[in-house]
Design a protein around this ligand. Structure first.
Ligand SMILES: [Zn+2]
Length: 374
């Protein structure tokens, strides 16, 4: 989360805001304060329009957040994990754990976002209608919120993966054909088609003089294209690893280190000698934690002689682990989601091996090169 600020948490979901959001905030505020509000109410003073612009931008931000919370709450209710919500330049992203296992579940999680936006749009529209004569300035604020939320819903309903509409499409095809792979292929193909159309539309806009809108549309198209491509690759990886178990990829001849060992000794005798990044820390044959290169870097070099491994290791209660019979794709997801390089493979408290991200990736590379799978 290097490029994002943490805002807080709701229902156990961490909220982040990406720094790229500032660009949107400035752009929306400026467009509203310098163009939209003056056009709506020519007699209001500029400072008032700027105040309205800032309030409207914040409410737009709250609307995107509500949309993502909609997805998240339904996902939680369906038994899925929701790790965090990040608001970034193109809107919001709720990080929902794993791929859905049932079409209906995917449909419900996807559809609730646009429904939330439509509901906010309708409420804002009603507020505009009620106060449009008594308070025209605030009415134009609600008018904007109404339009932007309906636009948000419409954009997200475009049937191209990974937009909500693409997820709905995938859930429908999946439900009808019972073929998840086919459904994803169709949905991500339509995502790419939509992306290419957006890029052409953007070029058209530039030629008709609307340069900023055009560049923006191309930018969104390009983003969507990459997202569609990546989500498809993600599925291909899952597919290539489908019949592969953790026990097929784990290493079993691993070295362990003790808690009392100094960091200096860990570096000299283990990390450098074995050219390995991570080691299990054990006491009487039982795992106490894991220590890796990343942890070593937290301590200044002068203290390596005096600091024991215990002080820097990730202790066992914070440790992720996998079982030998787990799906390799599930394990890879776990490693990627937590940005960790290796996990111990455990069976009833006993360590059977270590699974390293690199080993999974080189397996995938090998199979791609041989053309045996995927
Ligand atoms: Zn959505």
């Amino acid at each position: 989360m290097g490029d994002a600020w943490r805002l807080g948490s709701i229902l156990g979901i961490e909220l982040y805001i990406d720094k790229s959001w500032l660009i949107i905030f400035a752009l929306v505020t400026w467009t509203l304060a310098a163009h939209y509000f003056p056009a709506q109410n020519p007699s209001t003073p500029p400072f008032f329009n700027w105040a309205l612009g800032i309030i409207a931008s914040l409410l737009f931000f709250a609307s995107v957040l509500a949309h993502e919370l909609g997805h998240s709450i339904v996902a939680l209710k369906q038994g899925e994990q929701v790790r965090h919500i990040t608001l970034f330049i193109f809107g919001g992203l709720a990080q929902i754990g794993g791929e859905p296992d049932k079409p209906l579940k995917e449909f419900l999680i996807a559809v609730v976002g646009p429904l939330t936006s439509i509901a906010i749009g309708i409420i804002s529209g009603a507020a505009w209608w009620i106060i449009r004569e008594s308070s025209p300035s605030f009415a134009s604020l609600f008018r904007y919120l109404g339009i932007i939320n309906i636009a948000l819903a419409c954009f997200n309903l475009i049937p191209g993966f990974p937009l909500d509409g693409g997820r709905i499409l995938r859930a429908l095809i999946w439900g009808l054909t019972k073929n998840f792979r086919l459904a994803t292929r169709v949905a991500s193909f339509s995502g790419k088609v939509v992306a290419v159309l957006l890029i052409f539309w953007g070029i058209r806009l530039i030629f008709s003089g609307l340069t900023l809108n055009g560049v923006w549309t191309i930018f969104i198209g390009w983003f969507l294209y990459n997202a569609a491509l990546n989500s498809y690759r993600h599925l291909m990886i899952k597919d290539a690893l489908r019949e592969v178990r953790v026990e097929n990829l784990m290493i079993t001849n691993f070295e362990t280190v003790s808690e009392e060992m100094s960091i200096q000794q860990l570096v000299d005798d283990y990390i450098l000698r074995h050219r390995d990044r991570g080691f299990l820390v054990t006491r009487d044959g039982l795992v106490q934690g894991i220590v890796c290169l990343h942890d070593v870097k937290k301590i200044p070099r002068e203290q390596w002689h005096t600091t024991p491994v215990r002080d820097i290791m990730v202790p066992k209660d914070q440790l992720e682990n996998v079982s030998p019979r787990d799906d390799a794709s599930v394990a890879l997801e776990k490693l990627t989601a937590k940005s960790i390089h290796q996990v111990p493979v455990m069976e009833e408290n006993r360590v059977m091996g270590i699974l390293r991200r690199n080993d999974i990736l080189s397996y995938l590379q090998l199979h791609t090169d041989l053309g045996t799978k995927g």
